[in-house]
Design a protein around this ligand. Structure first.
Ligand code: AMP
Ligand code: MG
Length: 298
């Protein structure tokens, strides 16, 4: 069943049932070596699938919310969830619809984004219907997602070591204020240590249309063909049919919320290239830039 979360729409299945999990991989066309995030209602449910870590007390104030933590797993977690690794990624989501389904199911739910593997994540129920169609039997419409980019992933599976695997709505600064220094795993490093977070590919979240980036506040260079320009903030436009903006004010929060929706809309309109403006690399601007950079990778 596809369900809304505060980040993006997820394709949820019983995290302890290998048959249900296999359906998720099949529907998404997701490689089996890409592990899933498991969603639980509370810390008691978390303790049933992951081993305790004293640092959880420091970050549990971000829950329920858009933070995923990688911990050592318990034996009940199927290999399909963890890609055979000794760790499991867990999160307590905040969305009331997702929480209600967790309560009704009484089970942890694995839920990757509800889109074909590699494509732009869905932030509205219609996005799920557009890209998964009849392959997804049930979609719960909870309206547009509040954050619009995927959760922050923090790896706490090694004692004495904290690593940021994916930037997201909970910022590095906010996490460091609770935990002290955190290593940031760069995209380049991910290529080398692919087994650490196999889904963190250089190219991901990608529309079919070519995406080219330009710096915040600058003007994109002239380009050949039918060009869409995607600005973070509204600009005096010379070609209203081909100029788009994500936020009236240039807020990165608003930009992140609308980014995947705009990329999908533009992808359906037959442009040769989408020129997209980067954000200031602070706060959620880091996650926004990360997703745009992956969308632009070829
Ligand atoms: P998503 O596709 O948004 O559901 O995010 C899933 C991503 O979480 C995967 O592609 C991995 O990068 C990361 N992840 C999930 N489980 C683990 C794990 N056990 N260790 C490290 N990263 C993980
Ligand atoms: Mg995904």
């Amino acid at each position: 069943m596809a369900l809304p979360t505060e980040t993006v729409y997820g394709l949820a299945a019983d995290a302890l049932d290998p048959t249900a999990l296999a359906q998720v991989f099949a529907i998404k066309g997701r490689p089996l070596l890409d592990p899933l995030i498991v969603h639980v209602l509370d810390l008691a449910a978390l303790a049933e699938i992951a081993e305790p870590d004293e640092r959880l007390a420091a970050v549990s104030g971000f829950w329920p919310g858009p933070l995923t933590v990688v911990l050592r797993r318990r034996a009940c977690v199927p290999d399909l969830v963890t890609a055979g690794k000794p760790t499991v990624a867990v999160r307590l989501p905040a969305h009331p619809v997702f929480r209600e389904v967790l309560r009704l199911a009484g089970r942890p739910l694995a839920a990757p984004s509800a889109n074909p593997f590699g494509y732009v994540s869905p932030t509205k129920a219609a996005h799920v219907a557009d890209s998964l169609g009849a392959r997804c039997p049930w979609i719960v419409d909870g309206g547009p997602c509040a954050h619009g980019v995927e959760s922050t992933i923090l790896d706490l599976s090694t004692p004495g070591r904290a690593r940021l695997l994916r930037p997201g709505p909970i910022t590095l600064e906010a996490l460091q204020a609770k935990l002290g220094p955190i290593e940031v795993v760069t995209r380049a490093a991910h290529q080398q240590v692919a087994q650490d977070a196999p889904g963190m590919l250089e190219r991901h979240y990608s529309p079919a249309t070519k995406v080219v980036l330009f710096a915040r506040g600058s003007n994109p260079p002239p380009a050949a063909g039918k060009v869409a320009r995607l600005f973070l903030s509204r600009r005096p436009s010379v070609a209203p049919a081909e100029d788009f903006h994500l936020s009236e004010t240039g807020s990165a929060e608003e930009g992140a919320r609308h980014l995947f929706d705009l990329l999908r809309q533009l992808d359906a309109r037959g442009f040769d290239v989408i020129q997209a403006e980067l954000a200031e690399p602070v706060g959620i601007g880091v996650a926004y830039n990360d997703r745009l950079t992956r969308a632009a990778a070829r």
